[in-house]
Design a protein around this ligand. Structure first.
Ligand SMILES: [Zn+2]
Length: 153
């Protein structure tokens, strides 16, 4: 890991982990007012919203080009939690935030460079060759080789 915690002396650019966390929080904060209250399970929808936003941002960080799919899948996971009159708003908020995150992750990828020290997905593809895609932050596998937790209820 090349990232140091000494960001005070030199204003280092935001680390990817920090960026993911911030984008997730921003997106959640923007969506929260549209949540339908669930009196039977107080706090549940906030927690669930946070977890699907996190999953969406992790996916985006691993592969910025997956943005349209990631946004669609996040919207389909989130829509049942949202007020009926806010469905369109929800889809627009997700789109806008994920576009912003995509731009950041694409720029970050361009500046860090593929110098061989970048971790690569450890899984084998269908031709039994190393997958080689960029792994999801903090895991050894890329988005295709990570078991989806978002579909598990
Ligand atoms: Zn992979």
């Amino acid at each position: 890991m090349a990232i140091t915690m000494k960001s005070r002396t030199s204003p280092a650019p935001m680390s990817r982990a920090a960026a993911m966390e911030r984008f997730t929080k921003d997106l959640c904060a923007a969506l929260r007012p549209s949540l339908m209250p669930d009196p039977r399970r107080p706090g549940w929808s906030e927690t669930y919203l946070m977890s699907i936003c996190e999953a969406g941002m992790a996916r985006l960080a691993a592969d910025p080009r997956s943005q349209p799919m990631a946004a669609r899948s996040l919207f389909s996971s989130a829509r049942s939690l949202m007020r009926a009159q806010d469905q369109l708003l929800t889809s627009r908020v997700i789109e806008a935030h994920m576009n912003r995150a995509r731009t950041f992750f694409e720029r970050e990828r361009g500046s860090s460079g593929l110098d061989g020290t970048t971790p690569r997905c450890a899984a084998l593809n269908r031709k039994s060759k190393p997958c080689g895609r960029e792994p999801i932050w903090g895991t050894p596998f890329c988005v295709s080789h990570t078991q989806r937790t978002e579909s598990v209820v």
